[in-house]
Design a protein around this ligand. Sequence first.
Ligand SMILES: [Zn+2]
Length: 410
Amino acid sequence: MHYNNLTDYLQSQKEWLKSFLFDILSIPSESGKEEKIQQCLYDIFKNFDVSCELTEIQNNIVKDPEYSDTIKDLDYTGRPNLKVENHETGSKTIVINSHVDVVPPSTGQRNPYSPCMDEKENIFARGACDAKGQIAAIALVLKAAKDYIKLGQKIICHLVIEEEIGGNGTLAMIRHEKNTKVDAVINMEPTNLRIMPSIRGAVWFNICFSGKSGHAGATLNSTNPVYKAMHAIKILKEYHSKLENESKNYGLFKDIDNPMPLTIGQFISGEWPSMTPGGTLVRGVIGFLPNKTREEVIQGFVNELNKPKNAWVKEGMNLRFDYRHNAVELPVSHWLVKKMSEACLRCKAKYLPIAMTASTDAIYYHEMGIPVIAFGPGDIKYAHSAIEHINFNQIIKSAEIIISFIKGLN
Ligand SMILES: [Zn+2]
């Protein structure tokens, strides 16, 4: 088969790519249930000109100080990460990371695991935008390397589990790969094909208030934990506004509205309308920018709670932070950003770097001192939503940009 150029080759792969993506979208792979998709990806990639390794995760990963225990008692048996590595070498070793786990279907999302494509070539399914469309882009890069183009660099793909619940898959992968020298990482997430060298941080809080349940007609004998929880949320909101003020106009985040939201995600309480609840649980996320560390953010909130006027709230309260990601910031002058910008320019895509307003697994590489950016097809506003979708042509474009980036390193 003759192709005039890379674009020509990539376009010729549309049917193959669509069937690859539909296959992996049809596999439900919520965090904690990634066995099947990892085996499926292994079976596909082993036919490429690469080495594939399903790397088992030991259950003692839960003892790692960086482990996120957002879900208790997860068993890692049979839920490996997948490492895919090409046989080429060059001046650089580039890791491409993406995750195979998805969040549960949204309320009102129809047939989340029966993918379909509309007339504008948008593909709908849970995980289409976050992050199976990105895995399809990686597959297309590897397929191009097998069929059409020599990449001339060492490429290692980390296809990991559990990104959505804190990044334990990537954590296990970097522990497993601690002796591999890596020059740069592309963390594939929905960035709408924009280069994102600044990625906000996040800490998840878990605040449990125990009360004393009792009859609604004798409230003096009971303590209502809902009031404590409501007050704690008020403290959180005031503290978060203070953080926002201290982070105004920071770096690449300056042009973004609400770049570091506070989200109260869960408020669970009560058994019966005429009964004081025995307990209340509040869980959520504090977003923050690279001008603060996770320790500062956590300590700042604890200090607010410790003020004497809040002593009544703290009584019977248990506070945990079960996901703690610092923000990522790579200078825009770094070669990784520059080379990616050049690749975007060559491929006629937007080349100016911007900031990412979600926390990702990029932080694990950043903490190891490895330069990392987030990049990928898909618009984050559709991720985790009832209308989750990705544009098929963006997937192909992202593969073209990544190939151009790798070739540009030669
Ligand atoms: Zn994601």
